[in-house]
Design a protein around this ligand. Structure first.
Ligand SMILES: NC(=O)C1=CN([C@@H]2O[C@H](COP(=O)(O)OP(=O)(O)OC[C@H]3O[C@@H](n4cnc5c(N)ncnc54)[C@H](OP(=O)(O)O)[C@@H]3O)[C@@H](O)[C@H]2O)C=CC1
Ligand SMILES: O=C1CO[C@H](CO)[C@@H](O)[C@@H]1O
Length: 316
């Protein structure tokens, strides 16, 4: 097995650069995907309560621990606090529920999934009788303080945030006792998030890039007929390096200095998406990949735009 390629978080802990995404990975399929990923060399799995498959993800991880392929400490497991559990008193029970689902005693990283809160509910998207999402106001610094206690308790080795904008990060940093180690955000050539990335870099907060392949399973948000994985310039770069377009997009994130979490439940893709350590994109490739122009946000959470903590009102 080749060495695990890692970056160092601002608390000195290591995080494997390439992780397996699990959103939209169906129960009945995802446990095998996790096992295939671990066999292929992945040592980082990105999960979330709202993906509703943590039980099966845990099955995959624990099967590989039981087989002796990995030990618990060899694998980096991330989960995320969902919007319905932002009240400080709900934070620890939410992680305890996730740990029970995963059948693990700690996560390596726990993130606030979004800065905005929904009303407490067992539903992922609680709605009123008109179908409108039931928002609530919880100061996310209060939520974050409850996250800090999870580190004290040893239930989460590191904590961080996801989908936070610069102002929201500044507010966290002003009040944090434990620095967030990462901001997990959408990042790919159609949405580079340059200002936010530069800000995070200046604060020693790593970017974890989600939807790095342009999330092709979300055609419903596309108002344009451009498909990232089929961009002519990307195909040209892939041909030149004898790599797949997906491998180029993953390598692109790595060379930006980001953690990257491509999702797949297809064994061949899981394997090939990890085969990204034996080539380098040159400066001109990197520039070309940063010149596609903004197309659109793949994960805009349109139903939440009126929430005062919605993060994307003044950034592209
Ligand atoms: N914090 C947040 O708010 C968010 C976090 N995330 C995280 O990031 C992960 C990745 O983002 P996601 O939105 O899933 O999108 P990705 O950009 O990772 O794309 C995943 C899709 O691409 C397909 N695919 C995978 N590999 C290849 C390949 N080599 N060639 C062609 N198609 C491929 C997959 O299909 P198949 O599985 O059928 O192979 C799947 O449909 C998520 O799974 C989740 O863990 C995502 C969105 C928001
Ligand atoms: O992580 C995520 C995956 O996609 C979901 C649906 O768009 C989002 O709600 C969530 O943030």
């Amino acid at each position: 097995m080749s060495p695990v390629h890692t970056l160092v978080l601002n608390n000195g802990k290591k995080i494997p650069i390439v992780g397996l995404g699990t959103w939209n990975s169906p129960p009945g399929v995802v446990a095998q995907a996790v096992k295939d990923a671990i066999d292929a060399g992945y040592r980082h799995i990105d999960c979330a309560h709202c993906y509703q498959n943590e039980h099966e993800v845990g099955e995959g991880i624990n099967a590989k621990i039981a087989e002796g392929v990995i030990k618990r400490e060899d694998i980096f497991v991330t989960s995320k606090l969902w919007n319905t559990h932002h009240e400080p008193m709900d934070v620890k029970p939410a992680l305890q529920h996730t740990l029970k689902q995963l059948n693990l005693s700690y996560v390596d990283l726990y993130l606030i999934h979004w800065p905005f809160a929904y009303q407490k509910s067992d539903e992922i998207f609680p709605r009123d009788s008109n179908g409108k999402i039931l928002h609530s106001r919880v100061d996310f610094v209060d939520t974050y303080r409850a996250m800090e206690y999870l580190v004290d308790d040893g239930l989460a080795k590191s904590i961080g945030v996801s989908n936070f904008n610069i102002q929201q990060l500044e507010y966290i940093l002003k009040n944090a006792r434990i620095q967030p180690v990462t901001n997990q955000i959408e990042c790919h050539p159609y949405l580079l998030n340059k200002k936010l990335s530069e800000y995070c870099k200046s604060k020693n907060i790593l970017i974890t890039a989600y939807s790095p392949l342009g999330s092709p399973a979300r055609p419903w948000v596309k108002s344009d007929d451009r498909v990232l994985l089929q961009e002519p310039k990307l195909l040209e770069i892939a041909k030149k390096h004898k790599k797949t377009p997906a491998q180029i997009l993953i390598r692109f994130q790595m060379q930006l200095g980001n953690i990257v979490i491509p999702k797949s439940v297809t064994k061949e893709r899981i394997i090939s998406n990890f085969d990204v350590f034996d080539f380098t994109l040159n400066e001109s490739d990197m520039n070309d990949l940063q010149n596609f122009g903004y197309v659109e946000r793949i994960c805009p959470m349109f139903e939440d735009t009126k929430h005062p903590d919605y993060p994307f009102n003044d950034e592209a």
